[in-house]
Design a binder for this molecule. Structure first.
Ligand code: IMP
Ligand code: MG
Length: 175
């Protein structure tokens, strides 16, 4: 069984955009250290590529949230399912997400890091689907703004598959 995948953003465009974001972040955080928080699992591919393009000192940690179950519709009920190892208090936190859809996850994370007394909290997302927004969130860095289609690849999954694709694609089901 194999689905047909249509390419939406090819690998070389992702690469180029991630370099640009890395340069911008390096300028904005000049003289400081960035505490990158990668939201598992989806953001892991993007976060690693981005971290390599940041020239100021970087600490990196990982956490996981859930709001979806196995479906494709956000419930708005976000939970932390894996905590950070490091303490974010006093740190300049940059949350790295794969995609912003309803905005519930990032809205929750913003509050979470403020409660933990981070010195600052900014958000960086590889993809943004603004058409689907249910809560307003301020995004500081966006890779690509995309139309309302369910995408896979570069860390994003459909029922845990396709994360390893080196590009962003759309699953085209037959019939
Ligand atoms: P939000 O809380 O609705 O903004 O959802 C964000 C999370 O939903 C992302 O971190 C993804 O894990 C997942 N998600 C949203 N849209 C897509 C998609 O098109 N493909 C794969 N995962 C998605
Ligand atoms: Mg995610």
């Amino acid at each position: 069984m194999s689905d047909k995948i249509r390419t939406m953003i090819p690998e070389d465009e992702l690469d180029k955009r991630i370099r640009e974001l890395g340069e911008k972040i390096s300028k904005d955080y000049e003289g400081r250290e960035v505490f990158l928080v990668c939201i598992l699992k989806g953001a892991s591919f993007f976060a690693c590529e981005l971290a390599k393009r940041i020239s100021v000192p970087v600490m990196i940690d990982f956490m996981a949230t859930s709001s979806y179950g196995s479906g494709t519709v956000s419930t708005g009920n976000v939970k932390v399912v894996k905590e950070l190892d490091l303490d974010p208090s006093g740190k300049d936190v940059l949350i790295v997400e794969d995609i912003i859809d309803s905005g519930h996850t990032l809205n929750f994370l913003n509050g979470y890091f403020k409660d933990k007394n981070a010195a600052s909290v900014k958000l960086c997302t590889m993809l943004d689907k603004p058409d689907r927004r249910e809560v307003d969130v301020k995004v500081d860095y966006t890779g690509f703004t995309i139309p309302d289609e369910f995408v896979v690849g570069y860390g994003l999954d459909f029922d845990q598959r396709y994360r390893n694709l080196p590009f962003i694609g759309v699953v085209e089901n037959e019939g």
